[in-house]
Write a protein that binds this ligand. Sequence first.
Ligand code: PXP
Length: 250
Amino acid sequence: MSAQPILLGVNIDHVATLRQARYRDVGRTCGGVIEPDPVLLALLAERAGADGITVHLREDRRHIQEDDVRRLRDSIATRLNLEMACTPAMLTFARSLKPDSVCLVPEGRDEVTTEGGLDVAGDRERVRAAVEAIGELGIPTSLFIDPEERQIELAAELGSPWIELHTGCYANACHTGRRSAEWERLRLGSDRAHEAGLVVNAGHGINYVNILEVKRLPNLHELNIGHSIVSRSLSTGIEEAVREMKRRMA
Ligand code: PXP
């Protein structure tokens, strides 16, 4: 376990998923109450102890919108972590937004949520160019990758200071016999990344149960957690949902 407390980045994408389910075709100026507002929920999450707010501005704008991200940039007091695909349009957006960090993620139109890590090996030059372009803005880049040695080594080689280990396979394996093998893959990956000088974050599929095991991974700097916190907030409110996750992370 790391000596420092593990930080919590709250991913609020699914607050916008709920809003878009009803208001996709309505502009913010329609005059009615448009709920839920991701910015309000982000501010409440911060008040409850979130160390940062994470959003994924997807190419198809299925949940978070550009306007949400800009309002977050102007309102939150912690750090804004922008997850984005490695595309020229997103790089232009990041340049104008200046988030506190950028996490490069793969993006597939048909997926319900991000599935699998970035293939740094298969897309090396594009990832290198994006890491350099974002680094020139003074913004640290994180690469969302599977806990595979080759991907980790390449992340270090391309100069990305951070990685985010994809915990989705572990989370999906929690109800199968592969759970401890997947946890072990994450442990080895985290140690390998730490040895290579990378800051190790992790995320995807982390919930109030598996957090008790995830937090035992070595070298963890920050966890990005979305679905479970937003889901829990429907019954307890987001402040209690964040506080409970922080209690379990401690
Ligand atoms: N980290 C990354 C890079 C992601 O793409 C996601 C999902 O958007 C998360 C963390 C959060 O995953 P979850 O919503 O399952 O907690």
